[in-house]
Design a protein around this ligand. Structure first.
Ligand code: F0G
Length: 354
């Protein structure tokens, strides 16, 4: 039997939902790669695993929560859905609502979302509105509309998004053969995903699916968009990792609680560290993730250099989205391709074979 999406695969762990309301793209079941080459580069005898969420149908982890949010919207008879987004939520919302035949409005910060994500939202047929402001301001507008009009908000403040996203933690445990990793590194933007994993691990452990300790949760923010690390909202967040360009995360308090309970930490990574990690992941393991996703590995590299990890520990890094969503930022500091005549000699010269 092939995979049937996260609601049906983890039915006992999901909020109740009528079978006829389920809207799925068969999301989930993404690769957990044992990253042997990356582990060798980082040292400390770490056993590093990469959870590549770019393999989801719209290319990011957002599909896990969106299947739940849109299915519930169908069950509850919603007439339309709306979200604010740095790009990936809008792509997922647009895709699932297209399948559900629900009108979908997405508000995105003008000029600050990756082209791949913008083209997805447009192509799936959402009403795309570019806001002359940042994500936090767009989310304020969405909250107000959700409160006062018959439109379902499908941002992570929707109560069904986080339960859907917990499925990723279930998969990690299942893929590790019923063991939790010692540490988990994850990028943090609006801070819902770090909460989702933690709740997922707790839920699975309570059900007896694993018996070792819960992982320590390590959340990484981009240096120019690090409200949680700095301890105050950032009015004008900046980072090349536009997916996590967020100055006032909706799940801030819960995320702080998660890190405390798990005895983990929050830290920052610079844009340079993010781009270097993105390249390292591609060159050692052949995975192309988007810049925000690489913040998890940038954080791993930073903490390993500081001697933070126990020798031989297992670490899962979450690669939240696909690199093809944002090729422009990936190649900003890369050399331009060679331009040559259609001529054998020119090719040989570049290869040093003439
Ligand atoms: N990585 C990617 C690729 C994302 O798109 C996001 C969030 C995150 C990490 C951070 O996850 O917000 O749960 O802490 N993107 C949202 C969006 C905000 O609108 O697509 P978080």
């Amino acid at each position: 039997m092939s995979w049937r999406g996260v609601i049906r695969e983890y039915r006992a762990f999901m909020p109740e939902i009528k079978e006829s309301a389920i809207c799925t793209l068969n999301e989930g079941n993404t690769l957990l790669l044992e990253a042997e080459w990356l582990s060798r580069r980082i040292g400390n005898n770490l056993k590093i695993y990469l959870k590549f969420e770019g393999q989801n149908p719209t290319g990011s982890f957002k599909d896990r929560g969106m299947t739940m949010a849109i299915s519930k919207a169908i069950e509850e008879g919603a007439k339309a859905v709306i979200c604010a987004s740095t790009g990936n939520t809008s792509a997922a919302a647009a895709a699932f609502s297209a399948v559900a035949d629900l009108p979908c409005a997405v508000l995105i910060p003008q000029g600050k979302i990756a082209k791949g994500k913008l083209s997805q939202a447009i192509f799936y047929g959402a009403k795309v509105m570019q806001v002359q402001g940042n994500f936090d301001e767009a989310l304020d507008v969405v909250r107000e509309i959700g409160k006062n009009y018959p439109v379902t908000v499908v941002n992570s403040i929707n109560p069904y998004r986080i339960p859907g996203q917990r499925s990723a933690a279930f998969e990690v445990i299942d893929q590790l053969g019923g063991l939790a990793p010692d540490y988990q590194c994850i990028p943090v933007g609006n801070a819902a995903n770090i909460v989702s994993y933690w709740e997922g691990y707790q839920q699975y452990r309570a059900a007896g699916k694993f018996k070792n300790n819960l992982p320590k949760m390590l959340g990484f923010q981009a240096e120019g968009s690090a409200p949680i690390v700095q301890g105050h909202p950032i009015e004008k967040p900046e980072t090349i990792a536009t997916a996590i360009r967020i100055g006032n995360p909706a799940s801030w308090q819960r995320a702080v609680q998660v890190v405390k309970e798990s005895e983990g930490l929050f830290d920052t990574v610079t844009d340079q560290e993010i781009l270097a990690a993105q390249k390292l992941i591609a060159h050692t393991q052949g995975i192309f993730c988007e810049p925000a996703s690489a913040a998890s590995v940038a954080g791993l590299v930073k903490k390993a250099k500081q001697g933070y990890f126990k020798q031989g520990a297992s670490v899962v890094c979450i690669l939240t989205g696909h690199g093809l969503k944002d090729p422009d930022s990936a190649i900003t500091d890369m050399p331009d391709p060679y331009v040559i005549q259609p001529d054998k000699q020119a090719v040989l010269k570049i290869l040093g074979l003439n």
